[in-house]
Design a binder for this molecule. Structure first.
Ligand code: CDP
Ligand code: MG
Length: 169
């Protein structure tokens, strides 16, 4: 038994279909803890970093997958969540279902709510879930700052930033 963390993204199709509640309810069956959550407008740089592996492994779908996660087909919003607990990755991947929504078990999130877009060919599968501890760490560090997570997952360091930051007026 190992405690793991796992990044979940409710993708733009999940948000336009108003599935946030359904997806979080389904994920609560795992009894894992949510230790981070926010809504993000995904910029190209973040999308490219997130799918860096896909660029090498499946270059033919890279550009359309970037457009999908940036919300060009739906809405430019993604809900990012970090789940934590025993065997988190396997539990979440199981409940998320297979990548292709037509192959996914019908009672999984992707099986229930996903579709293949007949115009773009994109697997609109509503959620992303990290597939290994290594990728979970890489992805969580991309999407979240240390103070946005209520658990000390990874080592941190203090650094002085000099650039301007946006604050409440
Ligand atoms: O998301 P997952 O780890 O299951 O699959 P992936 O191979 O890492 O692919 C990332 C995402 O690209 C998928 O979730 C799909 O949205 C998209 N994809 C696609 O549209 N068509 C494919 N043939 C493969 C992936
Ligand atoms: Mg993947």
């Amino acid at each position: 038994m190992t405690n793991q963390s796992c990044l979940i993204l409710i993708k733009p199709d999940g948000l336009v279909k108003s599935l946030t509640g359904n997806i979080i309810s389904t994920l609560s069956e795992t009894k894992l803890k949510i230790i981070g959550a926010k809504v993000v407008s995904v910029k190209k740089e973040l999308a490219e970093q997130h799918y860096a592996e896909l660029k090498a492994k499946k270059p033919h779908i890279f550009e359309s997958t970037l457009k999908y996660i940036m919300g060009e087909f739906h809405t430019p919003r993604v809900m990012a969540l970090v789940y934590y607990g025993e065997d988190a990755i396997q539990k979440i991947r199981e409940i998320a279902g297979k990548t292709n929504p037509e192959d996914a078990d019908p009672i999984t999130i992707r099986g229930k709510y996903g579709r293949i877009n007949s115009k773009t060919g994109v697997f609109e599968n509503c959620v992303h879930a990290s597939d290994s501890e290594e990728n979970a760490e890489r992805e969580i560090k991309l999407w979240f700052k240390p103070e946005e997570i209520v658990e000390n997952l990874y080592p941190t360091k203090k650094s002085k930033k000099t650039e301007e930051v946006l604050d409440w007026a």
